[in-house]
Ligand binder design. Structure first.
Ligand code: FES
Length: 229
């Protein structure tokens, strides 16, 4: 884990939600799905939201913020990260399906880039397109989700923790049988303290008891989760 300071260069609101642009911190290695906690100037408490990398260039980074505080271009933020468990994209995956379910974020876009980089075929299931989508990516509507495990050899999902049972229903998954391929899910839930204060606000029910999304997630194996949260 590292710490540092970013100046917000730009704030934009698009299809992928609120995006902050900052200078790239290219020396940091992180997995898609890991997050940063940011501290506003003069504040010791982290902002009540986490920042997820959505585009990681060598000059600038874009970060998704689910419920951003009223920061402005020029605001300097202290940050800590990367935190939590990210997606563990299998190098052998050749048919990759990505499903941002009822969220307005671009958090799965870095995973999409990783999949294309290793020459995998990629399908994006959504009724909403991200800010950036290469032409080689096939887009399918969400009502085709029940067929996803007939095709994919790796599935990445993203949803709000409160919507997990609705997503499972859309997949036709009963919460018991093994998913049809390795399936990971980024669960959005408040990550208020990032594990520093053990506040418990990010608790997730799993088949092995309660886990903390800030430390044990926010990316989980779908098969580990209890559908009733
Ligand atoms: S956010 Fe406080 S324990 Fe997870």
């Amino acid at each position: 884990m590292a710490e540092g300071e970013w100046e917000i260069l730009e704030i934009s609101l698009g299809e992928g939600g609120m995006q902050l642009t900052v200078a790239a911190s290219s020396h940091i290695s992180l997995l898609p799905g890991q997050y940063f906690l940011a501290f506003a100037p003069g504040k010791d408490e982290p902002a009540a939201t986490a920042l997820f990398l959505t585009a990681g260039g060598t000059v600038e980074w874009k970060l998704n913020s689910i419920n951003p505080p009223a920061w402005q271009p020029g605001t300097r933020l202290r940050w800590r990260g990367p935190l939590g468990r990210g997606f563990r994209f299998p190098p052998s995956a050749r048919r990759v399906a990505l499903v941002p379910w009822a969220v307005s974020t671009d958090c799965l876009v870095p995973l999409l880039n990783e999949a294309l980089h290793q020459s995998a075929a990629v399908v994006w299931y959504s009724d909403r397109l991200p800010g950036y989508l290469p032409a080689s990516v096939e887009v399918l509507p969400l009502d085709m989700l029940p067929e996803v495990w007939n095709w994919a050899d790796y599935l990445a999902l993203e949803c709000d923790l409160r919507n997990l049972s609705r997503l499972a229903e859309a997949l036709g998954w009963d919460g018991i049988r093994r998913p049809g391929c390795p399936t990971e899910i980024l669960l959005h839930t408040p990550l208020t303290c990032g594990g520093m204060a053990d506040c418990g606000v990010c608790a997730v029910r799993t088949k092995r008891g309660w886990k903390m999304a800030c430390k044990d997630g926010p990316v989980f194996d779908l098969a580990e989760l209890e559908l009733t949260q």
